[in-house]
Design a protein around this ligand. Structure first.
Ligand SMILES: [Zn+2]
Ligand SMILES: [Zn+2]
Length: 350
């Protein structure tokens, strides 16, 4: 079978190669890989900036945004042949820390967790793959290829869950949210925010096209404007920041509101020292009981929340988030960003 592999640490090492078909072990599902979502992490893997091969191997099968169809399941399994599923990405550390031991492997304390397609375990970027059924999640068959959005949706479902749990430390009745960035994470964060009944406002740079249309279709409000101006106008209870851009972070931090929760999901790089006045920012946070919350990854519970959120969403809206489907034979094209891309997926059987 064909698989997408990289040599971690070596730039441009990605290739499609023939490898042995996987053999399911005890408690594992054998799965036909249908499509694979591509994101910034995969580009970093291809650039040699990130990633670890399994012990004893030189190359890593990449791919963490999976969608597959079950070929065979162990006897007595809740899964059966033909089920559409996705595979959970992270696995607890082999000698689990307390968080991993309690199933909260997204909150791993020692950093020894492993991740399929990223860190020490082969991913889902192959025509067949196996997955421990405890780390498989069923996908509503009506979603079609939109099921590949479950991985990014799990990250967002966790973020909203974190916001709600932090909010629950005192009375919490959020009415408005600002989502910064209308990429796949921002769009899915907006979807879940709307599903929760919030008045959602989305800020992004683009002025027209698919992103504003998709936000309007959700019943949310799109702003192509300065983030600070939007925050001043909307005065949100929740901010979900997906860009990691320094000017955005500065604008958000300068506008703390009483009991507001800012959840950071974006990862940026510092290009020049920022002029955020930390002491007065800290003082404002104290006086407002404000929370700045970072969130990454997702555990099985969040994957199930995400599956419910996608099952409840408009299927054609979700389908519109997938702007290109590239056959495996033209894999390189999936890694060449195009202007109107939102989510690019690879058809593993084409
Ligand atoms: Zn990803
Ligand atoms: Zn751990």
């Amino acid at each position: 079978m064909k698989a997408i592999t990289v040599e971690p640490g070596r730039s441009g090492s990605m290739r499609v190669e023939e490898i042995d078909d996987p053999v399911p072990g005890e408690g594992e599902l054998l799965v036909e890989g249908l499509v694979l979502g591509v994101c910034g992490t995969d580009r970093e893997l291809n650039a040699g900036d990130y990633g670890w091969a399994p012990e004893g191997a030189d190359r890593l099968v990449i791919g963490h945004e999976s969608l597959g169809r079950v070929i065979s399941a162990p006897e007595g399994s809740e899964f059966q042949e033909g089920d559409l599923i996705v595979g959970v990405v992270r696995r607890p550390d082999p000698e689990p820390c307390q968080a991993c031991a309690h199933g909260d492997f997204d909150m791993c304390r020692n950093g020894d967790y492993r991740e399929r397609g990223i860190k020490e375990i082969h991913g889902f970027g192959s025509q067949r793959w196996v997955v421990d059924q405890r780390f498989a999640v069923k996908v509503d068959p009506e979603l079609g290829h939109g099921g590949a959005l479950l991985e990014p949706a799990s990250v967002v479902a966790k973020a909203w869950d974190q916001v709600e749990q932090v909010g629950a430390r005192a009375w919490f009745g959020p009415a408005t949210a600002v989502v910064v960035g209308a990429g796949p994470i921002g769009l899915l964060a907006s979807l879940i925010g709307v599903q929760k009944g919030l008045d959602v406002h989305v800020v992004d740079r683009v002025e027209e096209g698919l992103k504003p249309d998709l936000i309007a279709q959700l019943g949310a409000t799109y702003h192509s404007a300065d983030v600070g101006e939007v925050l001043d106008r909307v005065r949100p209870d929740v901010v979900i920041e997906t860009t990691g851009a320094e000017p955005v972070l500065a604008a958000v931090l300068a506008r703390t509101r009483p009991y507001a929760i800012v959840c950071l999901l974006g990862m940026g790089v510092t290009r020049e020292p920022s002029s955020v006045p930390l002491a007065s920012t800290g003082r404002d946070m104290v006086l407002n009981n404000a929370v700045l919350l970072g969130s990454v990854n997702a555990n099985v519970r969040h994957w199930e929340m995400a599956a419910e959120a996608l099952a409840a969403a408009d299927k054609s809206w979700l389908g519109s988030l997938i702007t290109r489907t590239v056959p495996l034979s033209d894999l390189g094209d999936a890694f060449e960003p195009q202007e109107d891309d939102i989510k690019v997926i690879v058809d593993l059987q084409a």
